[in-house]
Design a protein around this ligand. Structure first.
Ligand code: ZN
Length: 183
């Protein structure tokens, strides 16, 4: 356990463990695009948006981006994330998880997480998620989605981002850029 915790301090080690963990958890999932691309492409894309578009250099934020859908879309638990990556990263992932998927016993934990510093990190991950979602929607819309459903998706993403404004000017600008492509 000690060696694992100290290894967490090395950013490359942390990122590699996060990408391997997420790839394993999402191994049977596919995206909704026409080509049904592997799900893991999405969390990797988030990490790249944070690093390249946002110049975010906090390894915990990059790791949380890689893990951001594990609680919502796989059988991963918060305890498991805490064991593998520590409480801070587990809390950021919890914060970006849609509340309808959070079990009762974790709601209290979520309030604790929201009151702590993880909120700023969680906002960055959410911003990157919405940028990626709209870029994907523009480039590879899911088969069978009508115009109205696509428009609602864009507007819903914008509502989420509007609540996060003031977090990261450049990422917010990138979001507005892709929002402008709304069908
Ligand atoms: Zn996502």
């Amino acid at each position: 356990m000690d060696s694992k915790l100290s290894a967490t301090n090395d950013p490359t080690d942390l990122i590699l463990r996060a990408v391997a963990f997420a790839a394993h958890k999402h191994r049977d999932q596919r995206r909704k695009d026409k080509g049904a691309s592997p799900y893991i492409n999405h969390p990797i894309q988030l990490a790249k948006v944070l690093w390249e578009d946002g110049e975010v250099r906090d390894p915990e934020v990059i790791a949380a981006a890689l893990l951001h859908d594990t609680l919502e879309d796989t059988e991963t638990t918060w305890m498991e994330l805490r064991g593998e990556f520590g409480e801070d990263i587990a809390d950021v992932v919890l914060e970006v998880t849609d509340t309808q998927w959070i079990k009762k016993e974790l709601r209290k934990r979520l309030q604790v997480a929201r009151a702590r510093h993880s909120s700023e990190q969680a906002k960055l991950v959410k911003l990157a998620d919405k940028i990626c979602n709209l870029r994907d929607m523009s480039a590879h819309p899911p088969a069978g989605w009508g115009l109205e459903r696509k428009q609602q998706y864009f507007d819903w993403a914008r509502e989420v981002v509007d609540r996060l404004r003031g977090t990261h000017a450049e990422l917010e600008r990138k979001f507005d850029e892709v929002y402008a492509l709304k069908p």
